[in-house]
Design a protein around this ligand. Structure first.
Ligand SMILES: [Fe+2]
Ligand SMILES: [Fe+2]
Length: 181
């Protein structure tokens, strides 16, 4: 696993995304690991999915969930990972943003939730968002970010218990980003 993790880190570095790896991917990995302890899923599937969930972004492929799942499948096949594990990881990558595919397995629910929570843990994510979207008009950016907060909380968090726990953060972010109730 450590060898695979190093390779994924290197892929980010080669594409000038070491900052994304450090401040987003590793954050999601840690949150997913904590959720796994609470809700119980397959550790290997969760770790690989957390590390690979945004791999489509690394290669600038859109939609990054669908294209990323293909890249993850190829990568894991070359690493000799079992077919069954690859299938599960691919599902997690496809459904991590709840865009067109809804998470069904416990592992996929954990990844989607961890990705959402990474946004609520720190204002750093907004800085990342600004950095990633430098070319956009500021007003438009705030609008998109407001939608992201709503989607993260209402759609991507898959466990009621976690929703309740993060309600104060959600309220704070709504206040900070002037979201009307
Ligand atoms: Fe993503
Ligand atoms: Fe992500």
């Amino acid at each position: 696993m450590n060898k695979i993790k190093k390779k994924i880190e290197k892929l980010h570095e080669e594409n000038n995304l070491e900052w994304y790896y450090k401040y987003h991917i590793l954050v999601v990995e840690k949150i997913a690991d904590d959720l796994n302890k609470e809700f119980g899923g397959d550790t290997k599937i969760i770790k690989l999915s957390a590390l690979l969930h945004d791999i489509g972004k690394v290669f600038n492929k859109e939609p990054h969930n669908i294209e990323g799942a293909k890249i993850a499948e190829d990568f894991l096949e070359k690493e000799g990972i079992q077919k069954e594990v690859i299938k599960h990881v691919s599902e997690c990558v496809k459904s991590h943003n709840c865009f067109d595919i809804i998470p069904k397995t416990i592992e996929a629910k954990i990844i989607s939730t961890a990705d959402a929570l990474s946004h609520f843990n720190s204002p750093l994510f907004f800085a990342e968002f600004l950095f990633e979207n430098k070319e956009k008009d500021f007003g438009k950016l705030i609008e998109i970010y407001q939608k992201t907060i709503e989607k993260d909380y209402k759609k991507k968090i898959q466990f009621d218990k976690i929703k309740k726990k993060y309600f104060p953060e959600y309220k704070l972010f709504k206040k900070m980003f002037l979201i009307e109730s």
